[in-house]
Design a protein around this ligand. Structure first.
Ligand code: PHE
Length: 445
């Protein structure tokens, strides 16, 4: 078998992992979730949750990958025996589900990048822009072709391998992404009336805090850090066996949090300066923000910059979502990387077809009363990822336990006292919290 690749440098790993973490979740989900759930008060809870659960589960995935030098299926199997292999397989399948709807959104983003560059969004009327968005997303061929185009970009990047494909793309795209974020945030905060947006995002409103705030923050943290589907495990498996982990993990987490905050500071002032509504997701990104871009001075530059930012963020995340499946088929089944990439990309795209069509062309495509698109999103984010994270925490905390502790304290440059604290979190704190998000987000409590 061909030797497995390693990252070219630890910095390359950090960039790639941060590229995975910083995605649509930071840009179109975080600002709204924070604003709705009490602004600064939510932020304090979110940061606490990231520090406790985010760090511990992220480190668990990375250590598991680094120690085994295997894909998720092989990693669980190597340390836990055959019966644990399905835990890795769940991650692989979750990746297909996530990517199938992620590419649809990414396809719209490419369309809007093109439209904004060509001056095709030049209206301040949200009704008109709304109709334009419905016409695009509800179409048959255009959104599918765009999703296929995006998938081809993902395939071409991932097909280049770890250092020449994934690492190189992230080394170029991550600095670009942060440059765009900082530029947009600085510009947005100078807009007259933008201060109200900053206040929406940051001013603490403790009256909005309830039990649901904690679960919202937990779910946001796990999605944003790409946890619970073997993605960070797989990226960790390309580290050399004795690579130090403390600083790298801290850097990945900080970049993810900073990106989310910057996205909020770039978007909310615009929303408030132009009196549009701070809703989440497609409506905000493709309808209300374009209206604001058309009305603002310099909008002809800010608009394309924003959609470029979104496309870049989506690309660096999408390539990581495919990697667990690719590493599994190449490690365990001896497939060539090229063949694996195109097979996996085609499966995701095929699964994306009903998602895309359910946005308007075929509204009858529903599962359990949700559009196919929303059902995939729900299944992945609310069920499969929390289940995956729960299994990872229990596996590393309880089954691997002592071995994990030694792995972390002996060869990772993490002081033993921190390593012991980490194990306690994985054993006693993360599992009950994850069970709670699962029960809450599936509506069982
Ligand atoms: N973290 C990415 C985001 O915030 C999404 C993602 C989830 C990426 C799972 C990889 C794996 O958009």
């Amino acid at each position: 078998m061909k030797a497995r690749e390693n990252w070219g440098s630890r910095l390359g790993f950090v960039m790639a992992a941060a590229g995975s973490a910083v995605g649509l979740g930071n840009i179109w989900r975080f600002p709204y979730t924070a604003g709705e759930n009490g602004g600064g008060a939510f932020l304090i809870i979110y940061l606490g949750i990231i520090a406790i659960f985010g760090v511990s589960v992220l480190l668990a995935e990375i250590v598991l990958g680094r120690a085994t030098q295997r894909n998720p299926v092989g990693a669980f199997g190597q340390l836990g025996g055959r019966i644990w292999r399905p835990a890795g397989l769940l991650g692989v399948i979750t990746g297909f589900v996530i990517l199938s709807f992620y590419v649809v959104v990414a396809g719209w983003t490419l369309a809007y990048l093109g439209l904004s560059l060509a001056g095709g969004l030049d209206s301040t009327d949200p009704d008109l822009l709304g109709a334009q968005f419905v016409a695009l997303s509800g179409g048959i061929w255009a959104p599918l072709a765009l999703a296929a185009l995006f998938m081809a970009l993902v395939g071409a990047t991932v097909g280049g391998g770890i250092t020449r494909g994934i690492e190189r793309a992230n080394r170029v795209l991550m600095p670009l992404l942060f440059l765009l974020l900082v530029g947009l945030a600085v510009y947005a905060m100078t807009l007259p009336g933008g201060g109200a947006g900053v206040a929406f995002l940051l001013q603490p409103d403790f009256s909005k805090i309830s039990g649901a705030t904690f679960t919202a923050a937990l779910a946001q943290a796990f999605f944003s850090l790409s946890l619970g589907m073997g993605c960070m495990l797989t990226y960790g498996s390309y580290l050399r066996p004795h690579e130090r982990l403390g600083v790298a993990t801290g850097a990945i987490i900080s970049l993810d949090v900073v990106a989310a905050l910057l996205a909020g500071l770039a978007i909310m002032p615009v929303v408030f300066a132009f009196g549009v509504s701070p809703e989440a997701g497609p409506g905000l990104t493709f309808i209300t923000l374009p209206a604001a871009f058309a009305a603002m001075p310099g909008g002809a530059i800010v608009g394309p910059a924003f959609f470029l930012l979104l496309s870049v963020a989506a690309l660096t995340s999408a390539i990581s979502i495919l990697e667990p499946a690719i590493s599994w088929l190449t490690d365990e089944h001896g497939w060539s990387r090229g063949r694996t990439v195109w097979v996996c990309a085609s499966i995701c795209l095929a699964l994306g077809v009903p998602s895309s069509l359910s946005m308007g062309a075929a509204p009858g495509l529903q599962i359990a009363g949700m559009s196919f698109f929303n059902a995939m999103d729900f299944a992945a984010t609310n069920v499969m990822m929390p289940v995956g994270a729960l299994i990872t925490a229990v596996f590393v905390g309880w089954f691997w336990g002592q071995g994990a502790l030694e792995e972390l304290s002996n060869t990772s440059g993490v002081a033993p006292i921190w390593a012991r604290g980490w194990l306690l979190l994985l054993r006693f704190v993360a599992p009950p919290a994850l069970v709670l998000i699962l029960l809450q987000s599936t509506g069982l409590i």
